[in-house]
Design a protein. Structure first.
Length: 134
């Protein structure tokens, strides 16, 4: 699991769902959670949380320009690439945090990913979980 510490910036709740915006370093992340501040006490304004997401939920963009619906975008530097026949594990650095993405080996080849590349990591809002800060 990938994990980034952050601070809750805003919370919008409707019924049993909340759209939570979290500031981590200079970036803003968003998560939709099946909780509200009433049902999950750690969901409070300015409260510390961990932004958590699976390795297979991280898409990578290189040389990206244009619009895209994915709200969670953050610049990383590729540290290591482990390429298999089908899948590729890409280890990246985001503000001294290791972020791992698992993509197809074909995609890594087509993108010509190399160690030292600046890339954008992308994660859908519904794939981001939150947990109380350690």
């Amino acid at each position: 699991m990938n994990k980034i510490p952050g601070i809750i910036h805003s919370i919008q709740s409707e019924s049993h769902l909340s759209l939570v915006r979290i500031k981590a370093y200079e970036d803003m992340f968003s998560s939709i959670v099946v909780d509200t501040p009433v049902t999950a006490p750690y969901l409070m304004m300015e409260g510390p949380v961990n932004i958590v997401f699976k390795e297979n939920e991280v898409a990578i963009a290189k040389g990206f320009s244009g619009q895209i619906s994915l709200q969670n975008r953050f610049v990383c530097v590729i540290k290591k690439i482990e390429k298999g026949k089908l899948l590729c594990k890409v280890l990246m650095n985001y503000n001294e945090h290791n972020i791992i993405s698992v993509i197809t080996a074909n995609a890594a080849t087509q993108m010509d990913l190399t160690v030292g590349d600046n890339v954008i990591a992308l994660v859908k809002t519904n794939e981001i979980s939150l947990s109380p800060h350690d």
